[in-house]
Design a protein around this ligand. Sequence first.
Ligand SMILES: *[C@@H]1O[C@H](CO)[C@@H](O)[C@H](O)[C@H]1NC(C)=O
Length: 221
Amino acid sequence: MRTNSLLLQSFLSLILLLGIVKSDPDPLQDYCIANSRTPQTFFYNGAPCINPELAKFSHFGTSALSKPGNTRANPFGFNVTLTNTINLPGLNTLGLVLARVDIAPGGLVPPHAHPRASEVTILLRGSVLVGFVDTSNRLFTQQLRPGDSFAFPKGLVHFLSNLDSKAPALTMSGLNSQNPGAQLSSLATFASTPAMPDDVLKKAFQINGQDVSKIRRNLGG
Ligand SMILES: *[C@@H]1O[C@H](CO)[C@@H](O)[C@H](O)[C@H]1NC(C)=O
């Protein structure tokens, strides 16, 4: 038992040392209010700051997540509204983001991954089945009721499915990067630009050329 935990500890320290598990870099000042006014002429991590003496309380607040996103335009029936350096400039460099996820009745946030952040979500309204798959392809899944939370580890494929065919669902997620990134598995494979070669998709998914064309068409690829 003790040897095991010692081994685990050394392993975790090693991972940390190697920098495999890393969130956003720590800020070097109290805050760095994003300056979205001046056009950016050179590019680096994050957004440049305004003069800290010009910081106001309004830089740290936003109502951007107060209204439901429109889920109709999305083929899967979801809409994500994010805080960002424009609507919440005070969050710049803090390594955090908040996401409002509206899911239409029977809608789905399809399997996707965030390459730069772990996520914890709380269900505010509705009935939602969530799950993620680890790197050994084990599925962790749970049906959430309002008030329930669920965590999705960094980089792992996960989904949120509204089980109610009549009522919309609402979840709120916090992620530990100001730019978590999102990659939908289905779109990354079947709707990339330019398209992945048919042969790759045929072999990867063990399907024929007609299947490839059909899935591509369905996904707008
Ligand atoms: C999400 O909802 C907002 C607000 O209604 C809308 O402006 C935006 O176009 C929607 N996004 C998508 C991808 O449908």
